[in-house]
Design a protein around this ligand. Structure first.
Ligand SMILES: Nc1ncnc2c1ncn2[C@@H]1O[C@H](COP(=O)(O)OP(=O)(O)OP(=O)(O)O)[C@@H](O)[C@H]1O
Ligand SMILES: [Zn+2]
Length: 663
């Protein structure tokens, strides 16, 4: 204790800062930390040193080499090991008074149900994707456990404390949807590097190395419908050619040599482009692409059509150089690789592999070598391969294929690093931002544990030298939020025995009314369609950890979210297959929205639908027109999330230009 001997006790400073009450409570505090990545490592260090007594650390991933620059609890020897396990082991040594329970798993697994979440005093999110963050938000609302939500993107970061009924939840403010591109831009008329990267990642990889999607039936159907026979014949030829290449990629040859890569190249960069060129109308107002020639590129004798290269290349090269690479560390000097660089193969200087501009010849060789590697993996037993930014073979393939396509369309090329950044939607992570955010998370956690709700703040780290931190007082929940405004309850049951009908009538009790029932975005029943009510939850794939949403069809009551939990271990199989919550949930009445204006035509009567195939749970995909009043926020949100377009009146016109999503 005395200064002389230098033996102040370990938590001397923490006690001074936190005060005796909270510091006495911390050793008993149970905290769940979800994510052991950039923020997670910093945060684990903070809460271990602060003395949070019982820490459960959960992460689904293993350590990647690229994590080591900032995830300082990991060393090179730990690469490929579980993040949660290694982080827990390293951090445990910082404070012997703390117990860390690592879990290598996905937070969405069924065993992490409401009862499990309820076992924590506080939850801290250190996640990197919306889906998992939304899930934890919902589980914390259901379990009534405070959550601190956080995220960083480069120099920017934010911390958001969430307490049910006191603050906004993670979903109160809509999040921007991922960027989308029209399918025809991706498939036929790319004009920017990103179009070619999305094509390679989301179209070509699945076609060559993904699941076999037989388009034959679809084309037969189109033919029957009387669609353009010539175009169908062309598509059939294209599909057939993919089949041949797919099977070549999966066939081992005796010599070990295969021309599968060359055949793939000739199909996508030569024949398909020739086919497109034959549709003359397409190229009236835009520069036509140039079919590439495998042997000529290899020999260095291939010449690109300068005109087309110039038309697309110049404008896009400038734009993409500025937009695409601003955040990549160290790549500002990376030369913009125009297609005409193919002539300068011999002048390309070797530099760091990832940041070197590729010539056309380089791209072709990389295409061949990566295709061969991926083919070898299929032959060795891998079922399907999809793009993963940390899988070198798929990254090489996407780098090569997108650069070849860019060359054919006169678009500027991209380095492997830039492709990784764009295809993997990578925002560079900055250790210092993670550290600042982690410190702020702990401060908000202290306010929550003390129940000092008036001290809670949403804090932002921003790129403003005059005010790098901004803190905003908490806003109340959004009254239209389809997540936190719902009424949560829990049903303990055996999903293999209890039926959907039993759950719905049990939960509604005496308040029988017209309802629709959802699981996530799937409609399981509605007032016109009761076929599933006799089925067990298990047969409808509604299992522990999931929610059934009971939505009042007249929009009079708030939605009831029924979390599915397990029966207690001592519950005998001879007893009832479920235990209802006590008391039953009583959702508040909603304030009715104003009736639609007289000019609005009434929605058409809904029609009874046929039951879906027995083996499969039904999907929510059905066209429907609605008036605002009949769709509760939760229902509207679920439908919109699912890509359904809600028409506010029957005569509203929709723009049906198909889009694909980069995730
Ligand atoms: N559903 C989930 N369940 C458990 N952990 C998850 C889930 N989704 C994401 N995570 C974890 O959240 C962490 C987020 O950390 P971070 O943003 O630093 O990502 P990273 O994968 O470590 O880095 P990078 O994406 O830059 O390679 C990751 O370790 C990831 O495995
Ligand atoms: Zn909300």
């Amino acid at each position: 204790m005395s200064k002389k001997t230098g033996t102040l006790k370990r938590n001397f400073h923490a006690e001074a800062v936190l005060g005796p009450e909270l510091s006495a409570r911390l050793p008993q505090t149970k905290v769940l930390l979800v994510g052991a990545g950039g923020i997670g490592c910093e945060l684990l260090k903070n809460i271990v040193l602060a003395g949070f007594g019982h820490i459960t650390l959960l992460d689904l991933d293993t350590i990647d080499l690229s994590n080591l620059n900032r995830q300082f609890l990991f060393r090179k020897k730990d690469v490929k090991q579980s993040k949660a396990l290694v982080a827990a082991k390293t951090a445990a040594a910082f404070n012997p008074n703390v117990r860390i329970t690592p879990i290598h798993g996905n937070i969405k697994e069924p065993q992490f149900d409401i009862a499990w979440f309820r076992g924590f005093d506080i939850v801290l999110n250190a996640l990197d994707n919306l889906d998992a963050r939304r899930h934890v938000n919902k589980m914390c609302l259901a379990a009534n456990v405070p959550l601190v939500e956080s995220g960083t993107a480069g120099y920017l970061g934010q911390v958001q404390p969430i307490v049910k009924d006191r603050t906004e939840c993670f979903d109160c403010v809509p999040k921007p949807t991922p960027k989308t591109f029209p399918v025809c831009t991706i498939r036929s008329t790319p004009s920017q590097p990103i179009h070619c990267i999305v094509w390679a990642k989301s179209y070509l990889i699945p076609q060559l190395f993904g699941e076999d999607e037989d388009s034959g039936g679809e084309l037969d159907e189109a033919e029957k419908q009387g669609e353009n026979a010539q175009e169908i014949a062309t598509l059939r030829k294209e599909a057939q050619a993919f089949k041949v290449v797919r099977s070549l990629l999966r066939t081992t040859t005796e010599s070990g040599e295969s021309d599968a890569a060359k055949r793939a190249f000739e199909k996508v960069f030569h024949s398909d482009i020739l086919n497109l060129l034959s549709m003359a109308d397409m190229w009236k107002s835009r520069a036509p692409p140039t079919p590439l020639e495998f042997d000529a590129i290899r020999k260095g004798t291939f010449k690109l059509d300068k005109d087309s290269a110039q038309t697309n290349g110049t404008s896009n090269a400038n734009g993409s150089a500025r937009n695409g690479s601003k955040s990549a560390p160290g790549n500002t000097a990376a030369p913009e690789n125009t297609p005409n660089d193919s002539q300068a193969a011999s002048t390309s200087k070797p530099s760091l592999k990832d940041q070197r501009a590729l010539t056309l010849q380089d791209s072709l060789e990389l295409f061949v070598s990566s295709t061969n590697k991926l083919a070898a993996r299929l032959q060795a037993g891998e079922d399907t391969i999809s793009f993963d930014k940390d899988d070198d073979d798929t990254l090489d393939f996407v780098t090569a294929a997108s650069n070849l396509r860019s060359a054919a369309y006169g678009i500027a090329g991209k380095t492997r690093w830039e492709v990784k950044e764009m295809a993997g939607n990578i925002i560079p992570a900055i250790a210092t931002t993670n550290a600042i955010i982690s410190g702020l998370i702990v401060l908000q956690a202290f306010h929550l544990l003390r129940k000092s709700y008036n001290k809670l703040r949403n804090v932002h780290v921003q790129f403003k030298p005059t005010m790098p931190l901004s803190s905003i007082s908490m806003s109340p929940a959004n009254p239209d939020c389809g997540i936190c405004r719902d009424t949560y309850t829990e049903l303990l049951c055996d999903p293999s025995r209890v039926t959907l009908g039993e759950v719905v009538s049990g939960i509604l009790g005496e308040n029988t009314r017209d309802v629709s029932v959802y699981e996530d975005k799937r409609v399981l029943s509605d007032p016109d369609w009761d076929d599933n009510l006799e089925r067990t939850l298990e047969s409808l794939n509604v299992t522990r950890g999931k929610f059934l949403s009971i939505v009042d069809d007249d929009g009079e009551y708030e939605t009831i979210q029924v979390g599915i939990g397990a029966l207690p271990p001592n519950h005998s199989v001879d007893e009832s297959s479920f235990i209802l919550p006590n008391p039953l949930p009583s959702p508040p009445k909603k304030v009715k929205p104003a009736p639609p204006a007289p000019s609005t035509p009434p929605p058409p009567q809904s029609k009874k639908r046929p039951a879906p195939d027995d083996g499969e749970a039904p999907s929510a995909k059905r066209p429907r027109t609605v008036d605002d009043a009949s769709f509760t926020p939760s229902k509207r949100r679920r439908l919109e999330d699912d890509g359904l377009i809600l028409l506010d009146s029957a005569d509203e016109v929709i723009d049906d230009d198909a889009v694909i999503v980069i995730d």
